[in-house]
Design a binder for this molecule. Structure first.
Ligand SMILES: *Cc1c(COP(=O)(O)O)cnc(C)c1O
Ligand code: SF4
Length: 465
């Protein structure tokens, strides 16, 4: 009989050596030309970064440039596309305006005015985004909180409203600029706690941003302690939305408060609540470094569960093989696949989007090639004004080709898991571009939605991160 020797198992996953960490460097518009590898790219690709980076947030760091991007494959590399602004993200006439102003070295105020104008035209805050779903207590708005679905409240702590790097397609892009009007955040935890205390239907608090793990362990612990207070026994799950495992895994490894951060996670788990890290991975490459494997291991040792979500993005992951590899890799590392999203209609979505039917085909193809363990994932899902709408697929009813849909979350919980049908369309990218099938005038929820959202019309933020 063969002897089982656990001291001799391969250690490949966890061979992180701190000395191999790149020296910390962060790159923005001001210094990105110092990135050595950019020198091998065509000048029009590099100058496009400057032009587009004036309109959308741009920040990347040495871990992403040294360990994730395959420069031999740039500019088509998925992680390059994820983090470096691309020419096509601006409509041609917008691109020309910014390019011309930069070329003539236009005064700052003139440039800023043009840029603001362009941002306004990119649907930065779909009507009411900053008011809608912002809850009230005693008639007073609670900034930094959003409450759309009964069970879950979103909390935006003010120290956590940036990220270690920015995703080119991020729908929260207006939050990262200088314009404070477009931001949502809070540091008044007392009001948040008072609201939560009052609303015993809330079981989940999602701490989100930006990326809340850009905060110090000390700040995070302050919020966590408040949420663990005896007054809030109905809060059963604390979720933290983050992309730090992709952009800066050293956050859990080598920073001076890495251990305190993990201690904060332990504190939640030991209090008897569920801690879910809602992580965001677009591509298997993000899960291949020894750093990320080690960081995941350390987080899992605290008792936290890591769930994963990602939008489906043209040029980054619009391929079924990428998704099945992504889910399989996640499961190997002990992560739980959660959502596939369809990117929403803001910013540079014209550049990144793929049709609803195509997204469903990719989801189906990928799902068909993984075991049941990976099939905790749901999607593709649109976070729309009425709720999270899943594209269930294309089918034929009475000889008519239709798209079948259902709510995974609804402003009214009664809408959830009731199949409904839209006319088939290959060119629809969002719910608003679909028409009810079978000659009906409206979808079943529309009348009630109008009632529920009076007098404010539009949309909310979706929890991608
Ligand atoms: C997605 C989302 C949630 C969380 O929904 P779950 O299905 O419970 O993950 C909460 N609030 C908003 C506004 C969301 O978009
Ligand atoms: S998608 Fe998430 S990690 Fe990426 S820029 Fe937006 S908030 Fe930050």
């Amino acid at each position: 009989m063969q002897k089982c020797d656990i001291t001799n198992l391969p250690d490949a996953e966890f061979s992180f050596i701190p000395e191999n960490a790149p020296k910390f460097a962060t790159y923005t518009l001001k210094n990105f030309r110092n990135i050595q590898q950019l020198k091998h790219l065509p000048e029009d690709v590099v100058s496009a970064i400057a032009v587009v980076g004036h309109v959308f947030p741009f920040k990347v760091n040495s871990y992403v440039t040294e360990k994730l991007i395959d420069w031999g494959n740039a500019p088509n590399d998925p992680i390059f596309t994820l983090t470096f602004p691309q020419k096509g993200m601006l409509l041609p006439h917008h691109y020309e305006i910014v390019q011309a102003l930069l070329a003539e070295n236009a005064p700052k105020s003139k440039l800023a005015k043009a840029i603001n104008q362009i941002r306004e035209e990119l649907n930065p805050h779909p009507a009411g985004q900053l008011e809608f779903n912002v809850p009230k207590l005693n008639g007073q708005k609670i900034d930094g909180l959003q409450h759309k679905y009964n069970e879950t409240a979103l909390f935006f702590p003010s120290e956590g409203q940036s990220c270690h790097a920015y995703c080119t397609y991020c729908f929260r892009w207006p939050q990262f600029g200088e314009n404070d009007d477009l931001k949502i955040a809070t540091n008044q935890i007392e009001n948040v706690i008072a609201y939560l205390k009052h609303h015993t239907e809330i079981s989940d608090v999602l701490i989100t941003g930006g990326d809340p793990l850009t905060m110090s362990a000390k700040s995070l612990s302050k919020y966590v302690l408040a949420l663990l207070s005896e007054d809030l026994p109905h809060i059963r799950t604390i979720r933290i939305g983050t992309k730090t495992l992709t952009y800066w895994p050293y956050r859990f490894l080598t920073e001076k408060d890495s251990e305190q951060l993990l201690d904060a996670f332990r504190m939640i788990v030991r209090s008897g609540k569920h801690l879910a890290l809602m992580t965001h991975f677009n591509h298997p490459v993000e899960l291949e470094t020894p750093e990320v494997a080690e960081a995941i291991q350390r987080i899992r040792e605290t008792g936290a569960v890591i769930r994963t979500q990602s939008p489906i993005i043209r040029g980054i992951n619009d391929d079924a093989k990428i998704w099945s590899a992504l889910w399989k890799r996640q499961v190997s590392l002990g992560l739980v696949p959660y959502y596939m999203f369809i990117p929403r209609d803001t910013g540079a979505q014209h550049f990144f989007r793929i049709s609803l039917v195509r997204a469903w085909e990719i989801f189906k193809e990928a799902y068909q090639h993984v075991s049941g363990i990976c099939r905790t994932v749901r999607g593709p899902s649109m976070s729309t004004n009425p709720g999270k709408v899943q594209v269930m697929g294309v089918c034929e009813v009475n000889g008519q080709k239709v798209i079948s849909l259902q709510f995974l979350q609804g402003r009214n919980p009664d809408w959830v898991l009731r199949p409904f049908f839209a006319e088939f369309s290959e060119s629809a990218f969002w719910l608003s571009e679909l028409s009810p099938a079978f000659g009906q005038e409206s979808f079943f929820y529309e009348e009630e939605l109008a009632e529920l959202t009076k007098p404010i019309e539009d949309d909310c933020l979706e929890a991608v991160c």
